[in-house]
Every structure is written in C-alpha cells, then in structure tokens.
Design a protein around this ligand. Structure first.
Ligand SMILES: *Cc1c(COP(=O)(O)O)cnc(C)c1O
Length: 372
C-alpha cells in the first residue's frame, strides 16, 4: 500500500546526516529540532501556534483535556472512521455520540452533526477522512450557534485546503479550536516512528496544550495541572524537518496517482471513484473507491492473488466496536456508515508509484470487472 523505503532512499543522505547530527549532539528530548519543526509547521500551514506531541491519538486527548471537558460531557464523532477520536473521548470518561457520515465525502456535515445535539453536547470532532476536509462552513456555523468546541482530526489530511464562505482559504486543522495531526509513517507527512502535533489560533489554549503535553509543567518541576508525558522525539523532529521540505511535492505525487486511477477507473460501471468536494483540496492519504458489496471482497481477493495489495478502511463502524458498546450514544441506524464499511476499498497510494505499477493495477481491476 505504501513504499516508505523508496521514498527514504531518495532523501537518504539528508536524513542520514540529520540523524547522525542528533546522535552527535545527544539532545534526545526537546532538542532544538523540535522547536524548528514546530516553526516550520506553523509557517507551512499558516497557524498561529503549533505544539508537537508523541502521536496523533495523544494530540486528540490533549485537545480534549485543554478544552476543559467534564465527566459525562458529550462529544460528537463520525461512525465511519479510525478509532482514535472516540477512544480518547472514552478514556477521559466523556461520552462519544456517534453520528452517520455523508456517503459521498465519507465525512460528517452540519445536518448530520445536528442530529446528535443534546443539552450535554460540548464538542464536535470532524475527522477529515482520507485527505479531504469535512464540510467546515456548516460545522463551524453550528458550533458557533450552539456554543460548541471543534477539534479537527487532520491526521489524514495535513495540507488539504478548504475555502470558507468569505473566500478565505485555510488548511485542515486550523479552522477549529484545536486541530490535530499524526506523523505515523504512512501519513502524508510521516516520520520513522510515532509523532503528532496540535494546531491552534488561541494563545491561551496553546499555553495549556504545551503544559499538558509536558506533565502540566509551567517550568521544570513546577506543575500547574495534571498533564501527561507526550513529546515528539528530537530524532523524529529532525527526520520531519527533512521531509517537510518535500511535502508539497509528495502531495502532488499523490494527486497524480489519483488522476491516473480516476481516468482509468471512472468508466467502470461498478466503481465509484472518490468524490471531490469543490470546497476542499484533496491530499489523498487514501484513494478509496466504492464497489457493490457483493463484489468488494472478491475484487480484493482477485487483486491479492496478483500481488496487488488493497485495504478496507474501515470494516466495522464505531458503534459496532465492542469497546464502545456500553459508553456511547448512537444516533439512528447509521445506514451510510454500514454501507461504506461493506463497499469501500482503498488502493495502493504513495509518493513513489511508477506508471508500470499503476497500469498493472488498473489493468487487473478492469479484467476483474470484465470477468464478472
Ligand atoms: C492515524 C490516525 C490517528 C492517530 O494517529 P497516531 O499517530 O497513530 O496516534 C487519528 N485519527 C486518524 C483519522 C488517523 O488516521
């Protein structure tokens, strides 16, 4: 699905030097590269504040902690997504309120979110899934009207741009109270281990997030609040400083792969290529097609036999996960999320795909649909 080795080999000398430099300086925790990376992220994504942390799941947890949620407060999350957001809601003894998603964008929108509102609702976590922003104009408007906080989970969408109603263009993660991202290796901006970051435009929140991520310390050994230990390693920051130089080109490579898939798969009756939201650019962390449920697993198997990996993100919606059966509130039957779990298939997508690999993949997909 991804080819991290080929990508590394292209920038090997720079990355090796950066790692060697860290080893020589042995400043492994909070070394200068961590601050440098935060500054690069701040500039690159036009955010007032960026605070790095240990991973994207911690970023979500820290965001909820910083927003002063109390036991029993409700937080709205989509049913069709990765587990992280709902997991940390549960961990903090808050209540995940699980709503359906739009079947085309795979994301929540204002109308769907409004179904989950109650007097206890405190926050919404839109997940910008697969590389494209959720419908933020409506979600921001709803949050403003209802006095709710927004935490944008941008783990899969760093670099996606969204056009707000005044024509203002903002990056994923910089529109809500806090935006979070992950540097997990397969993310668009991935390190060589775990890493994450939080974006905010609010100085007080930035201060709180920074304290929370470092044991609630205001200065060393003086603890103002209960925090956690969630820091980005200096080594990972050094690697990311090399990789961020190429992120725009990496995203462009992904878009080129998506264009190739689009052109070659759009004619196949049984395939729905990814919908493009005209308000959001797409950075294609995943290229996810929809095929009829009766064919999806057969297609996956057909490709597997021919050495073509594909993945089902995600096979089970949140409200069917055992971990949430006792603690969540489920809004309606969530038909779109069920449908998507049975019909989605993500194809190989990364920055190093070659024309011959792409042709091989689409030829086999075409053959499959001819044969059935
Ligand atoms: C990867 C991911 C996360 C979690 O990031 P980690 O760094 O692995 O903790 C959270 N949300 C979404 C949507 C993700 O894809």
């Amino acid at each position: 699905m991804v080819d991290l080795k080929s990508q590394y080999l292209k920038i090997k000398s720079d990355v090796d030097w950066a790692i060697q430099n860290c080893l020589e300086n042995s400043n492994f925790i909070n070394g200068p590269q961590v601050k440098d990376l935060e500054e690069q992220l701040r500039r690159h994504y036009n955010s007032s504040y960026v605070i790095s942390c240990a991973n994207g799941t911690d970023a979500l947890q820290l965001a909820l902690m910083a927003l002063n949620m109390e036991k029993g407060d409700e937080v709205i999350v989509p049913a069709f997504t990765y587990i992280a957001a709902a997991e940390v809601i549960g961990l903090l003894k808050l209540k995940p309120v699980i709503v359906d998603v739009d079947p085309d964008t795979f994301n929540i929108n204002a109308a769907i979110t409004a179904n989950g509102l109650s007097s206890k609702t405190k926050a919404i976590i839109p997940v910008h899934l697969f590389g494209q922003c959720a419908e933020m104009i409506g979600i921001l408007e709803l949050a403003r009207k209802e006095g709710l906080k927004i935490i944008e989970d941008s783990a899969q969408s760093i670099g996606a741009k969204y056009t707000l109603s005044e024509g203002q263009v903002k990056f994923a993660g910089t529109m809500g109270n806090v935006g979070t991202t992950s540097f997990f290796p397969s993310k668009n901006l991935g390190c060589y281990g775990d890493g994450g970051a939080m974006f905010t435009q609010d100085e007080n929140l930035a201060t709180t997030l920074r304290m929370l991520a470092n044991h609630g310390q205001s200065k060393k050994y003086f603890h103002e609040i209960i925090g956690v230990n969630s820091r980005l390693d200096t080594l990972q920051a050094a690697i990311l400083l090399e990789k961020i130089k190429h992120i725009d080109q990496y995203n462009e490579s992904r878009r080129a792969v998506a264009r190739f898939y689009d052109e070659n798969l759009d004619d196949i009756q049984d395939i729905a290529i990814p919908f493009r939201n005209p308000k959001s650019t797409h950075v294609f962390n995943q290229y996810t097609i929809k095929v009829p449920a009766s064919l999806r697993d057969k297609l996956k198997e057909y490709l597997q036999i021919r050495d073509i990996p594909s993945m089902i993100y995600y096979p089970l919606p949140l409200h069917k996960q055992n971990a949430f059966s006792k603690i969540s509130k489920v809004i309606g039957d969530l038909p779109n999320s069920h449908m998507l779990c049975n019909t989605v298939l993500s194809l190989p997508m990364h920055t190093e795909m070659e024309e011959s690999q792409l042709s091989y993949i689409v030829d086999n997909i075409k053959d499959f649909f001819k044969s059935c």
